[in-house]
Ligand binder design. Sequence first.
Ligand code: ZN
Length: 138
Amino acid sequence: MVKKIDHIGIAVNSIDEQLPYYQYVLGLEIEKIEEVPEQGVKVCFLKVGEVHIELLEPLNDQSPVQKFLDSKGQGVHHIAYEAEDLEQVIDRMNRNLVDLINKAPKKGADGKKICFAHPRSTFGVLTEICQKAEADNE
Ligand code: ZN
């Protein structure tokens, strides 16, 4: 089972270009900016209460986020739910024929274990399930 929304991913052409809006218009606080080469993205996390906004900027033309920007333009990219036990959610998804983009958990920003479900089997919403890194006991 998932327990809460962890973050909302937003595809952007440039984090630098959009930061003033999030920081000064909405008044959000930057938590971290990090490159995740495994995902082909640079990410910026902003804090909104318990939830986070994840700005995703492509690192190169092969980045899945670049492909998203090319076809859909900037905007909401995915919803991420946090799970206590990612493997258990993956198992449930498999049993319910949800189409997973990665069959096994992979490493995401913040050392989290993540898995993506394809929007064609989740009613149009690219869905990420994540589990906090073991050592992260905040
Ligand atoms: Zn995400």
